[in-house]
Design a protein around this ligand. Structure first.
Ligand SMILES: C[S@@+](CC[C@H](N)C(=O)[O-])C[C@H]1O[C@@H](n2cnc3c(N)ncnc32)[C@H](O)[C@@H]1O
Length: 249
């Protein structure tokens, strides 16, 4: 039997995770240090939230049509939709269970919608979006170049692409984004900030792992960035880089 595509594997993995634990609404490795506003906050997922704020930086979103590709369980989408004033914020994800969790967790936010879709074939008209966000997801796609071309297609001229992801040393997302026709404005290596976030957030991550069935905990420690497990180690020893790219169409 043929191996399912990476996109399909991601869909199945995140759908399954969505049935195992509903105790979190972010699935990224986070950013530290926290801003003054977040450092005193009791928000349990504040490091993950900080990653979204860091990615946006000073990019104006007020009144804009914003799309987040691979919004996961919608924690970042809800925060940005409510706090940054976009006219419309559409979260797209390949996992329907993620979107069910997102809609249940964040009902009634007027400018926020969710829709199932594949990053490599966005369900959007060409030239209709002002800003596209993509957080810790493009490394999972079958063909990231196809995704970057899709982002270029759906953005208006002058539209912004805000991308942040981990990648192996020999991969170069900013170069791929440039090859899709974008002007790359800024590339920021935040690997050390992500490692620090995982150190500071490790206890919470371990507590979440403990809510999973015992035979799955090792895999989830590796995957979720618990200190001294696989993802953490790859970032700490530099096998993986974690970079922000801000680009203009
Ligand atoms: C590591 S999670 C990050 C989720 C979210 N951005 C966050 O920070 O919480 C990666 C997400 O990518 C989604 N995904 C994977 N492949 C996809 C594809 N081909 N199209 C759309 N979403 C995809 C997964 O379902 C998952 O929600």
């Amino acid at each position: 039997m043929n191996q399912p595509s990476r996109n399909e594997q991601a869909r199945q993995f995140y759908n399954a995770a969505g049935t195992l634990s509903t105790d979190f609404s972010f699935m990224n490795y986070g950013f530290a240090p926290l801003s003054a506003e977040l450092s005193g906050s009791t928000e349990p997922e504040k490091y993950c939230l900080q990653l979204y704020r860091q990615l946006i930086g000073g990019t104006p979103l007020q009144g804009k049509r914003v799309v987040e590709v691979s919004c996961g369980r919608g924690g970042g989408a809800a925060h940005v939709a409510q706090g940054f004033g976009p006219a419309d914020y559409l979260g797209i994800d390949i996992s329907e269970n993620n979107l069910t969790l997102a809609s249940k967790r964040f009902p009634g936010v007027k400018n926020l919608r969710f829709q199932q879709g594949n990053a490599e074939a966005l369900p959007l008209e060409s030239g209709t979006i002002d800003v596209v966000l993509n957080v810790e997801a493009s490394h999972l796609y079958d063909n990231p170049a196809k995704f970057f071309a899709e982002v270029h297609r759906v953005l208006v001229p002058g539209g912004r692409f805000l991308h942040v992801d981990l990648h192996w040393q020999d991969k170069d997302p900013p170069a791929m984004i440039a090859a899709a026709g974008f002007r790359v404005d800024e590339v920021v290596d935040i690997t050390k900030n992500v490692v620090r976030a995982l150190q500071e957030d490790s206890e919470r991550r371990e507590a979440l792992v403990m809510t999973f069935p015992e035979n799955m905990r090792k895999d989830f420690r590796d995957w979720s960035g618990v200190k001294d497990f696989r993802a953490y180690n790859r970032l700490k020893n530099g096998e993986w880089l974690y970079r922000i790219t801000r680009a203009t169409r």
